[in-house]
Ligand binder design. Structure first.
Ligand SMILES: [Zn+2]
Length: 186
């Protein structure tokens, strides 16, 4: 049997919300089973597939919830990924949505003019806009971010992450991820 082919479990916090939407919090089947045996999680939903060892046989968990609530950090880490997520993977100058690999990190007040690498001075930008803006001040080139950059809350990032459903969604996960029927239809 190819153990690697077994599907992962969606992991919910104790409040039944995913630990993370984007990337979606998934645990391998091995980690999920281990957590079940350590009594750290409740099984919410199961796959049809069974896992067995000489001493036990059980259905593979498809959705599990932590028994102990993990508090979410109120202040998300300042990372490239989180900046892109805050800006919804959209260039803040021309409004084009792009894959993370095609986005760059633009300093609104250029570093050469004392601009800091902080939430309130960094935005997602496509390469052409980044090149065009270069080390000019926003007023000099009339390029202002569409949304004034600010420190996001974890909740905002989670909300933005919900707009990017994963490529694979098991039907048992959906109840815990989206309540928007249009999103389910995609
Ligand atoms: Zn652009």
């Amino acid at each position: 049997m190819n153990a690697g082919m077994r599907p992962p479990a969606l992991v919910l916090n104790a409040d039944f919300r995913p630990l993370s939407y984007f990337p979606l919090s998934l645990w391998s089947w091995q980690d999920s089973i281990k957590a079940v045996f350590l009594d750290r999680v409740t099984i919410i939903s199961e796959y049809d597939e069974m896992v067995s060892s000489p001493s036990m046989k059980m259905p593979l968990p498809s959705v599990i919830a932590l028994k102990e609530y993990i508090p979410q950090n109120r202040h998300p880490a300042f990372t490239r990924f989180n900046v892109f997520l805050r800006d919804k993977f959209t260039c803040q100058y021309c409004d084009h949505a792009l894959p993370a690999g095609d986005l760059t990190f633009d300093h609104v007040i250029p570093r050469s003019r004392g601009g800091r690498s902080r939430w309130d001075n960094v935005v997602a930008a496509c390469s052409p806009c980044n090149l065009k803006k270069a080390n000019k001040m926003p007023a000099q080139c009339n390029m202002h971010p569409l949304t004034r950059p600010q420190v996001p809350t974890v909740w905002q990032l989670q909300e933005n992450g919900r707009a990017f459903p994963p490529h694979y969604l098991h039907h048992s996960w959906r109840d815990y991820l989206y309540c928007d029927s249009e999103l389910l239809a995609q």
